[in-house]
Ligand binder design. Structure first.
Ligand code: HEC
Length: 147
């Protein structure tokens, strides 16, 4: 019976430490946009979607502001973009750039280096995924070089 209060104090301390760590973590600006948790896994890569993505990249006006491997335009050159923070980050940037500019450290940095803001083209998650697969295919050398 005499060990009881000590054990209680111990677990209270552990709880307090945990709460402190949790609240410290919550103040870090991290992307809150997670449209597809766990995606993409390598085996999920599909060349068919990459082709759809390539078409969307042109049709949805991304080419007005971006090149892939031909230098900076209004926005950054997107060559190698999936290797920076991963394809899920890229998808988040496509789906909600304003949210990313407000909460993600690297998006905040990009915002300072470019005069325009990344446009929200109101893509569906499926469209964003297809475009991300196109980037992934480019970055991994899985697609033929066309432009
Ligand atoms: C009006 C110009 C404009 C259009 C249109 C646009 N973007 Fe952007 N994009 C930017 C700018 C500028 C940035 C840099 C971040 C910022 O300042 O918001 C950016 C950033 C990005 C990034 C992050 C780049 C990096 O280095 O990590 C990705 C990915 C991206 N855009 C994809 C797209 C896709 C896909 C489309 C089409 C659906 C698109 N963008 C349309 C201007 C544009």
């Amino acid at each position: 019976m005499s060990g009881h209060p000590i054990a209680r104090t111990g677990s209270l301390l552990i709880l307090l430490a945990w709460a402190l760590c949790a609240s410290a973590g919550a103040t870090q600006p991290t992307p809150r946009v997670h449209p597809m948790p766990g995606w993409p896994k390598d085996e999920a890569f599909d060349g068919t979607l990459a082709e759809v993505g390539e078409r969307l990249f042109v049709e949805r006006g991304c080419v007005r502001c971006h090149t892939i491997g031909h230098g900076r335009k209004v926005g950054p050159d997107l060559a190698g973009v999936t290797g920076r923070d991963g394809p899920a980050w890229v998808i988040a940037m496509m789906l909600d750039p304003a949210e990313m500019r407000a909460h993600d450290l690297r998006a905040m940095g990009l915002k300072r280096s470019y005069h325009a803001n990344m446009a929200n083209r109101h893509l569906t998650p499926d469209e964003a995924r297809a475009i991300a697969e196109y980037f992934l295919g480019k970055d991994r050398g899985l697609l033929p070089e066309r432009r």
